[in-house]
Ligand binder design. Structure first.
Ligand code: PMP
Length: 411
């Protein structure tokens, strides 16, 4: 894999227009290819109308466009029925919807919800709240320092009281894949359900709800090259069907009387109000670019080569402490680290002066950073995508050498 060449950069207007920028924050949000920006504009120029609300052809066309993306998402994640794909605003909203609308029916006092300490706050706080509301207990699974969750830990934490296991497919800090299938088998053995946060996997690898054993799966379009403001929740039909909506109003009803109302079928039941129809349409273009124009095989090959190169160079600096698995092959685009004795915010600010964009802070995973014993509950994170190249990594390494020089001289 030739990471000196970059056949993709030209497709991304922001990157093509800013050769000065080394964008290494794709785990927070991806850059968008022109195909996505064009689709967004095309929606407003050629089919703008409120989907579901009109009987005239423009509105029907908008409705059909959304239905086509729903089907596309279903195919992407191996969902048997497109009707079980709910559009939300983002992963956070999707996970909140499950925690708020599914848990009340299954959680009783004394029950347990099990999550890993590697969860993003979006797959953690909703479960704190759901447990508090039900009088249930939130139980944590702890990995080894390299992110590995052992069978012993799973057996110790997932048992007859466990009604829900919620876990990330890929950690946004450690970069590693979690043993979702083993967690599914463990919770299903006790009649519970599995919620998968696929925010960091869908942009990098094929995701199949059946293979994972997921009962619910959430992800965000904006991390997978789509516009901000579109999220997905997929759920097993009978579970979604039995759930109450989290938001009400708009087209999510069947009928409304003065004192009560009944709901439309899934997925409309969960899609109150006017949605970001142009964003959903453009998300379709994003997923097509990701899976057809580029393809997951090329994404994986390129990202693996970039991560391996970055890992070797960062490790070679001698003043960088790398976080997560020691094998770069286990990192899906994400490398977290600290520069010894330098606050991550200082690192990120100095890198920014030379156009290198990385994330610094708690990465919405404070319990994980506390558990890892990371100083100041903060670290740096460089996250790579297929549209990066070797020069982006070289610029990161040059910038870090400069950081070290500023704080420690050249001793
Ligand atoms: N889960 C994970 C693993 C994430 O990385 C993120 C985004 N950093 C989220 C959830 C939340 O995604 P969003 O901000 O799109 O709701």
């Amino acid at each position: 894999m030739d990471i000196e060449k970059n056949p993709y950069r030209a497709d991304f207007p922001l990157l093509a227009g800013h050769p000065d920028i080394a964008f290494l924050d794709s785990a927070a949000t991806a850059q968008r290819p022109a195909a996505v920006l064009d689709a967004q504009r095309r929606f407003y120029e050629t089919m703008n109308a409120n989907p579901l609300r009109g009987l005239y052809s423009l509105s029907v066309e908008a409705t059909a466009a959304i239905a086509a993306v729903r089907a596309q998402v279903a195919e992407l994640i191996g969902a048997p029925d497109a009707r079980d794909v709910v559009f939300t605003r983002n992963t956070s909203e999707s996970l909140n919807l499950v925690a708020k609308s599914f848990s009340p029916a299954v959680l009783k006092p004394g029950d347990e919800v099990a999550i890993t300490v590697m969860e993003h706050h979006s797959n953690l706080i909703p479960w704190q709240q759901a447990c508090r509301a039900a009088g249930a207990r939130l139980v944590y699974l702890y990995p080894q320092q390299d992110g590995t969750l052992t069978d012993e830990e799973i057996a110790a934490k997932v048992g007859p009281r466990t009604k829900i296991v919620a876990c990330a497919h890929v950690s946004n800090v450690m970069g590693c894949e979690l043993p979702v299938r083993r967690l599914a088998d463990a919770v299903h053995a006790h009649g519970g359900h599995l919620v998968v946060d696929a925010a960091q996997s869908v942009p990098h690898m094929p995701v199949d709800v059946a293979a994972l054993g997921a009962d619910f799966l959430a992800f965000s379009g904006h991390k997978a090259l789509g516009p901000m403001g579109v999220g997905v929740l997929w759920g097993r039909h009978e579970l979604l069907d039995a759930m109450e909506p989290m938001l009400t109003g708009g087209e999510m009803i069947d009928s409304v009387r003065e004192q009560d109302a009944t709901w439309a079928p899934v997925p409309e039941k969960f899609e109150a109000g006017t949605q970001d129809a142009a964003g959903i349409y453009a998300t379709g273009a994003a997923l097509a670019y990701l899976t057809e124009t580029v393809g997951y095989a090329a994404v994986a090959e390129r990202e693996a080569a970039l991560v391996a190169y970055a890992w070797e160079r960062l490790a070679g600096l001698g003043f960088v402490d790398l976080i997560g698995p020691a094998d770069p092959a286990r990192h899906h685009g994400v490398i977290s680290f600290n520069v010894r004795g330098v606050h991550p915010h200082d690192v990120a600010s100095i890198l920014d002066a030379s156009g290198v964009c990385i994330r610094a802070g708690h990465h919405c995973a404070q319990p994980l950073l506390a558990w890892l014993g990371v100083e100041n509950l903060a670290c740096c994170r460089a996250s790579l995508a297929f549209y990066n190249d070797k020069s982006d990594v070289d610029r990161l390494v040059d910038g870090l050498t400069q950081v070290w020089g500023i704080f420690h001289g050249n001793d």
